[in-house]
Design a protein around this ligand. Structure first.
Ligand SMILES: [Cu+2]
Length: 158
């Protein structure tokens, strides 16, 4: 059977695309490439709630930097309200004991995926005092739309 040259080119092109697509799926699945983009730090999701390193809250280092520990869970953020001062570096450390969530401070560059077993970390400085909405931007079930918190950036001390 004679196949036209033009048709052969399209057949080979389609074949190459299929190999590329299937190959990228396999490398992602087999290479365990789904990890939070900030850094790789693991934690046992079963002990997150009792681990003193993940007691939700805001602490201040002697150098003046602020550290926020937040737990994202179905369907709330702990603590629900976070107060930090403006103009100082704030490091968020977020993890979850259950399923995949997001931690986005709307209107800022804070936006991390929160996967069970990992600690997502992001550092930023808020220059504008005010109230910011914290939302989960990964669909996490029936109450996903209720999953919100508040970040209050204050003028002075936290
Ligand atoms: Cu969600």
């Amino acid at each position: 059977m004679k196949v036209d040259l033009y048709e052969k080119i399209w057949m080979w092109g389609s074949g190459v695309l299929i190999v590329v697509f299937v190959g990228s799926i396999l490398t992602t699945a087999l290479g365990r490439a789904i990890i939070p983009p900030s850094h790789v730090e693991t934690v046992d999701p079963a002990t997150v709630r009792t681990d003193p390193r993940f007691a939700p809250g805001v602490t201040e280092s002697p150098d003046g930097s602020i550290h926020v520990v937040s737990i994202a869970q179905i369907w709330a953020f702990l603590p629900n309200e976070i107060r930090v001062p403006a103009g100082r570096p704030v490091t968020f450390r977020v993890t979850t004991p259950d399923i995949l969530h997001g931690f986005q401070v709307v209107g800022t560059n804070v936006n991390v995926m929160v996967a069970p077993g990992y600690v997502s970390q992001v550092t930023t400085t808020f220059h504008r005092p005010g109230e910011y909405l914290i939302v989960c931007n990964e669909y996490c079930g029936l109450g996903h739309h209720l999953m919100a918190g508040k970040l209050v950036v204050t003028e002075g001390a936290p």
